[in-house]
Design a protein around this ligand. Structure first.
Ligand code: FES
Ligand SMILES: [Fe+2]
Length: 371
């Protein structure tokens, strides 16, 4: 799991003036909205004696620890310690991490890392968002599998034939073989488009959209460790463009936020039918992903036998090594070993400006080693 990327904490509508506890990258955060409507994301652990801030209440724009009433503002500064009286001096070390937030596509994104603004890898762009002729809808899912295995699954054109009966012939065709494909590079990612031989769709509505007598054009790609896109061109004019933002809760527990845009079947009245079909496909993937061993991709590719169709996955794994070498991979094994004894925080940008933080920064994996 990598720090220094934007992660979805929740849908925008879920964050109100009540503090909410949200686990991401194995750490707990408290997320709330202030009176101006701005969302804040803080490390959830009170620097006094470890109180659960999300269990407290809001006092104006401050979150109050339920244990002894310390109050923190949206920047993570402790601004009130009731036990020392109103003239008592508040130590600087009481500060907790506060992370940049952004609302986009109806979702709350938190930047979990310490990079200054101009160095932050951006949220994956959705060029169709807000454009006439594209209808978006959100579909969420949650599963007990690694988000990295899930990204690899999206980048894997060869699984469609076997995992999704609507996308292929389940290996029944003697002539089946994966065609080669070209990988295109983008910053922090890669992707491809290709032609699939797929059977006619049974679902009446979808069958109509595909009724042009040609093959299916589709492709996928990733941006960063956790975001992917998929394009499905059912016909030269009926397209689905999908963008998935994954939030690792832990190494093997993932929340997915899929924004599914379509240029056919405009209007909310079609959302449920589209979601129903999409859920069937997601569930087919989850069955495979939850049973994969090892649950996270192995440290080296020599422990699996990769084929030409896996080349997007090979490229993705190269990227993960680059992010490792930047010191962005959280050493979650160490965090888990010390669970119950130590608390760690993903470092926030303010840690680059000031010293003396009471909560230790999460340990990171040393360059080259993947965990
Ligand atoms: S633990 Fe939070 S105020 Fe004491
Ligand atoms: Fe799939």
């Amino acid at each position: 799991m990598y720090m220094n990327f934007w992660y979805v904490a929740a849908e925008a509508s879920e964050i109100t003036d009540k503090p909410v506890k949200i686990k991401m990258l194995g750490q707990n955060f408290v997320v709330f909205r202030d009176s101006a409507g701005k969302v804040h994301c803080l490390h959830n652990v009170c620097t006094h004696r470890g109180g659960n801030l999300a269990g407290g209440k809001m006092r104006g724009d401050r979150v109050e620890c339920p244990y002894h009433g310390w109050q923190y503002n949206g920047s993570g500064e402790c601004v009130k310690i009731p036990s020392i009286g109103k003239d008592g001096k508040i130590p600087a070390r009481t500060r907790i991490d506060s992370y940049p937030t952004q609302e986009k596509y109806g979702l709350v994104f938190c930047f979990l890392g310490d990079l200054p603004e101009h160095e932050r890898p951006p949220i994956m762009d959705i060029p169709e968002w807000g454009k006439d002729g594209w209808w978006p809808n959100l579909l969420r899912n949650e599963y007990k599998a690694s988000y990295e295995r899930a990204v690899e699954n999206t980048l894997d054109p060869a699984h469609n034939e076997f995992v999704h009966p609507t996308h292929g012939y389940s290996g029944e065709k003697e002539s089946y073989a994966m065609p080669d494909y070209k990988l295109d590079e983008v910053p922090d990612g890669c992707g491809f488009m290709m032609i699939f031989k797929a059977p006619p769709l049974k679902d009446e509505t979808m069958a109509k959209l595909r009724n042009f007598g040609g093959d299916l054009e589709a492709g996928a790609g990733h941006v960063g460790p956790h975001q992917t896109w998929t394009q499905i061109h059912l016909s030269p004019t009926n397209w689905f463009h999908q963008y998935t933002f994954r939030t690792p809760v832990t190494r093997t527990h993932t929340k997915g936020y899929l924004i599914n845009l379509r240029n056919a079947l405009q209007g909310a009245e079609h959302d449920e039918a589209i979601n129903k079909r999409q859920r069937v496909i997601q569930d087919q993937d989850v069955v495979v992903l939850e049973a994969i061993e090892p649950s996270i991709p192995p440290v080296t590719n020599t422990k699996e036998v990769l084929m030409p169709a896996d080349k997007a996955i090979v490229r993705y794994r190269q990227y993960t090594k680059e992010w490792n070498s930047k010191g962005w991979r959280v050493d979650i094994e160490q965090v888990e070993r010390e669970a119950g004894k130590s608390v760690f925080a993903i470092p926030c940008p303010a840690r680059r400006e000031t010293k003396g933080w009471v909560t230790d920064s999460v340990p990171v994996v040393q360059a080259g080693a993947a965990k």
